[in-house]
Write a protein that binds this ligand. Structure first.
Ligand SMILES: C[S@@+](CC[C@H](N)C(=O)[O-])C[C@H]1O[C@@H](n2cnc3c(N)ncnc32)[C@H](O)[C@@H]1O
Length: 290
């Protein structure tokens, strides 16, 4: 890409990102099934191996509270879009914990979509946790418009923010709520920040807080709450790397040496980025205007 060209979605390169390597969750599922029969596995059992974000189930719990998913009255409507659902750990927990909900998982990478769908079929909630392998730049999400949208650590992969947020707004009902966890440029990014973000993190572009909020406003979102997470995410990513290294023998047995090296690179890179602190982490709550 020329230095001044507007980046497009195609510029995100997933090939260097350890946690997306095909087979990782299958290895973990095989490990789980060594000690628990498939018929007894529930969505919580699958959570740790599926989840690719920080702070365990906090994002999903926060989103459920913001969307008021415990309101199961007849007037309540809870069609939830999980945009960039990955292996769908959050979507399955939402569906399992909130019987009034129907969750649609949208995932762009076919091998991740297929693995997520298989994990959902194991826990028997496929009627309320549905999967679509969709690129929102090319086709509409089936089942739109939705009441709520959850999206955790996904938008950072997609440089064309104006087009993305307009597409996402189209997928929501007027007044629809969004809960997003994402990255932003908290301070000017160094050359090393940019190199690490574009490589193992597949994040070719980051806006500042001001730029991000402008994009949301132009796409028709209001009541934007912006909660900076660096103070909590840095200790988390430090602990994540330490725990991964402490379990080296187990991880080599489950994943093999090559995948462990890719995972170590990913966890280390994210830790270094948050340690330098120009990378920001944020929780965003907002609504599409009525
Ligand atoms: C870091 S993972 C997070 C997955 C999940 N939200 C979680 O927290 O466990 C980001 C996911 O977004 C997906 N993704 C990236 N760009 C996407 C797009 N344009 N449409 C749908 N999914 C996308 C990636 O393939 C990946 O599975």
């Amino acid at each position: 890409m020329a230095p001044d060209a507007t980046p497009t979605m195609k510029d995100a390169d997933f090939s260097q990102m350890g946690i997306y390597i095909d087979g990782r969750t299958k290895n973990e599922l095989d490990e789980l099934l060594r000690t628990k029969p498939a018929a007894e596995v529930n969505a919580r059992d699958l959570y740790a191996l599926s989840c690719m974000h920080y702070m365990d189930d906090e994002p999903m719990q926060n989103a459920a509270a913001f969307f008021n998913l415990s309101d199961a009255s007849e007037v309540a409507s809870h069609k939830v879009l999980d945009f960039g659902a990955g292996f769908a750990g959050d979507a399955r927990l939402i569906a399992e914990d909130h019987p009034a909900c129907e969750v649609t998982c949208v995932e762009v990478q076919p091998h991740i979509h297929a693995a997520a769908e298989q994990l959902t079929s194991i826990v028997g909630i496929a009627d309320r946790c549905k999967h679509q392998c969709v690129d929102v730049f090319e086709e509409a999400v089936r089942g739109a418009p939705f009441d709520h949208m959850l999206s955790v650590l996904v938008v950072l992969h997609i440089p064309d923010r104006d087009a993305l947020w307009k597409n996402l707004a189209r997928a929501l009902k007027p007044g629809g709520e969004v809960y997003v966890e994402d990255y932003f440029a908290r301070a000017p990014l160094t050359a090393e920040d940019k190199r690490q973000l574009a490589g193992p993190v597949a994040c070719p572009y980051l806006p500042s807080e001001e730029e991000y909020k402008k994009t949301l406003e132009h796409a028709g979102f209001v009541d934007v709450e912006w909660e900076v997470m660096n103070d909590r995410w840095l200790p988390f990513v430090e602990r994540r790397l330490a725990a991964f290294r402490a379990a080296e023998a187990r991880n080599r047995r489950v994943h093999g040496e090559a995948m462990c090296a890719e995972l170590d690179l990913f966890y280390r890179t994210v830790k270094e980025l948050f340690e330098r602190g120009n990378l920001g982490g944020v929780r965003i709550r907002a609504r599409k205007a009525m």
